[in-house]
Design a protein around this ligand. Structure first.
Ligand code: GDP
Ligand code: MG
Length: 297
């Protein structure tokens, strides 16, 4: 009984050619250390990318600076191939000196644009590997009163370069009421501080009701409340991905417990192509225009 990620089931907005060639998609996770970034990524793609990770002790963590790692996996589903890369940014926000900890993330995104720009102007334009970052899941702590100054600074530094999708981490540590309140607070603060997150495209008039409702649900769910787990839990004769507590279990994929499914569908089924389009048409175009301007100055 194999679990499916689901990207092969809805590629109808994608051209046949790209389906045959396979998708390449790069997802970045960013945010404070310990919020469950690596765990969520595993839960999203069902592949244990981090099985040989090194567990750092507290002392190591404090002196650790931001370093960026990239893992790539190939997944095939029903004949459709996905080359998925995850860019992890461990320890962010954890260092003693946080002032420039997001700078490295920003540089990384710029470097991928730079590489693409160079390849595009080179001789071998047909076989460019696209390493541009298509989406950044930004993890917000469930324990604060909304956004922290560092969150604001970081998202503002990145929002012109990458599609930011904010998530409320470790939602299992909050009650449903707290989740609703925090979401509202965070949305208000993002508006107040002028943070431009990824915008779901507006629906066409001829779109059916179900689709429109789904899009509205996505918009209303920001930041997506998520729960990550790498373990299978068994309860009442059923096995599922979940977290075990003395008082019961939470199921990662239960919509009543978290927005995990909503987020996963959005990323791998319904909006993967749009995230790539916006990266190319907006973020990369900005970068490119700037490069050309600098060259002709
Ligand atoms: P990262 O530093 O952001 O990559 O965080 P990790 O994925 O390494 O997780 C840090 C710790 O939090 C681990 O002990 C995880 O088991 C735990 N954790 C991860 N996701 C969740 C979650 O959704 N809820 C709870 N309660 N704990 C989580
Ligand atoms: Mg991690």
């Amino acid at each position: 009984d194999r679990e499916y990620v689901g990207f092969a089931t809805l590629p109808n907005q994608v051209h046949r050619k790209s389906v045959k060639k396979g998708f390449a998609f790069t997802l970045m996770v960013a945010g404070e250390s310990g919020l469950g970034k690596s765990t969520l990524v595993n839960s999203l793609y069902l592949t244990d990318l981090y099985n040989n990770r090194k567990v750092l002790n507290a002392e190591e963590r404090i002196v650790q600076t931001v370093f960026i790692t990239k893992h790539t996996v190939g997944i095939e589903e029903k004949g459709v191939r996905l080359r998925l890369s995850i860019v992890d940014t461990p320890g962010f926000g954890d260092a003693v000196n946080n002032t420039e900890s997001w700078k490295e993330i920003e540089d990384y995104i710029d470097q991928q644009f730079e590489q693409y720009f160079r390849d595009e102007s080179g001789l071998n334009r047909k076989n460019i590997q696209d390493n541009r970052v298509h989406c950044c899941l930004y993890f917000i702590s469930p324990f604060g009163h909304g956004l922290r100054p560092l969150d604001v600074e970081c998202m503002r530094a990145l929002h012109d370069k990458v599609n930011i999708v904010p998530v409320l981490a470790k939602a299992d540590s909050l009650t449903p009421t707290e989740v609703r309140r925090k979401k509202m607070k965070i949305r208000e603060e993002m508006e107040k501080f002028g943070i431009n997150i990824y915008q779901f495209p507006d629906c066409d008039f001829d779109e059916d009701e179900e689709f429109k409702q789904q899009e509205q649900l996505l918009k209303d769910s920001i930041p997506f409340a998520v729960i990550g787990s790498n373990i299978q839990v068994e309860s009442k004769g059923r096995k599922f991905r979940g977290r075990l507590y003395p008082w019961g279990v939470v199921e990662v994929e239960d919509p009543a417990h978290s927005d995990f499914l909503l987020l996963r569908n959005m990323l791998v089924k319904t909006h993967m192509q749009d995230l790539k389009d916006v990266t190319r048409e907006t973020h990369y175009e900005n970068y490119r225009a700037q490069c050309i301007q600098n060259m002709t100055r």
